[in-house]
Design a binder for this molecule. Sequence first.
Ligand SMILES: Cc1cc2nc3c(=O)[nH]c(=O)nc-3n(C[C@H](O)[C@H](O)[C@H](O)COP(=O)(O)OP(=O)(O)OC[C@H]3O[C@@H](n4cnc5c(N)ncnc54)[C@H](O)[C@@H]3O)c2cc1C
Length: 453
Amino acid sequence: MLVPRSVRSVARRLAVIGGDAGGMSAAAVAKRRAPELEIVVFERGSYTSYSACGIPFHVGGEVDPLETLVARSPEQHRANGLDVRIGAEVVAVDLGARRLTCADGSEEGFDELLVATGARATPPPVPGVEAAEAARTLEGAGRLRAAVDADRRGSAVVVGAGYIGLELAEAFVRQGLPTTLIDVAGQVFGSLDADMAARVQGAAEGLGIVVRLETTLEEVLLDGAGRPRAVRTDRGEIAARHVVVATGVKPEVGVAEAAGMTVGASGALAVDDHQRAAGQDGVWVAGDCSESHHRLLGRAVNVQLGTHANKQGRIAGMNLTGADLAFPGVIGTAISRICSLEIARTGLSESEAAAEGLDFVAETIESDTRARYMPGSERLWVKLVAERGSGRLLGGQVAGGATAGKRIDTVAMAVWSGMDVEELQWVDLSYAPPVSGTLDPVLVAARATAKLL
Ligand SMILES: Cc1cc2nc3c(=O)[nH]c(=O)nc-3n(C[C@H](O)[C@H](O)[C@H](O)COP(=O)(O)OP(=O)(O)OC[C@H]3O[C@@H](n4cnc5c(N)ncnc54)[C@H](O)[C@@H]3O)c2cc1C
């Protein structure tokens, strides 16, 4: 990665499609570096720079009001010189003529284009599903919270037990609603190994969430007013006044693909390491709609996380104003708090390593978040996966009480830098009784894993 110093003379007009993490990071940094650049942002919703990540915490009543989730409003961006249009959906782009068309028929020209259209929910195509919320936008979050506030006697069903489904099920329980979480799969949180996922399920059930696995949604049953009253599954009916479908998302690439941009095998837009759209001059991509290079798998993947969207937007914004920065890739690091449990992962899980045909060992240790004699110490588990023979760390997962989860960052740094578990067990990590055991649990896990090599 080169250090960006130069700001070249840039194109006159940049159009940005999508006004959240990817789009606004790019627009803001480009404007700071090249004030003469005219930047027009098209956002089909009514908010910019919002935290979709905070939606479950608003629904659950931890974060109020909804606008707290907005980091920078359209007005604030405009005050910084950006021409931000909200309620402006781009429906077509002509890359040759350098023109785009909005849903209201208006047309705008551009010299360079940044596509940051994010991802869209893919609910199962069952009757009544349109009455369920996807909880992906602030508008949707506002509707959901208003419905809960208006009817706390009803119960809730969340369809899809990934991290977003789990966070939303917790939100409903925190609002006092009996809540059922259903999923077609045999475990919650599919990106974790089954042993770690079982701990998450235990934490969810401990808070009162009813978890029904291997259960398929067949219909959302509506009352006379068109509101949910129950869901029908292949295992029977469950009463539900509030239904959220969190069964997955796909990169939002329709307009870009129709314009001739390349969609990669992951379903997201293909880019080079500078966030340049594959085969296109002056066209950039950032965020959930973009492919990312996976440093361990050695191929392009689509990982939809706010942290990547911000970095990729920043890199695109710098490069389109003359810098020479490469996005170094991803390794699958993610974290969540599910009920009483912090849960995190990085690199390859055991099942991913097996799917890649790698020869590996895996070990899980149980430890404590602080010295066991200290008040507030809670249990935690660290699982590491390492390549047999070389001992190279392939990945890790952490579950446990408060403060456990961020230990994944130590593991991520070790995976990122290609460290092996023999070396990791001796790394100089900190210790004091109120924050850690004498040996940090990551070191203990590295030692246990090294023994298996
Ligand atoms: C409930 C929830 C919880 C999450 N929690 C986390 C978390 O804890 N950690 C984490 O890292 N990530 C989390 N994420 C993911 C994170 O929010 C996304 O990765 C991030 O928002 C991606 O930013 P983006 O700019 O690429 O896309 P988006 O945020 O989806 O923004 C894209 C924008 O483009 C607009 N748009 C799309 N098409 C058009 C068009 N044709 N014309 C005009 N505008 C258009 C959309 O309206 C949208 O505002 C969560 C997401 C959700 C929904």
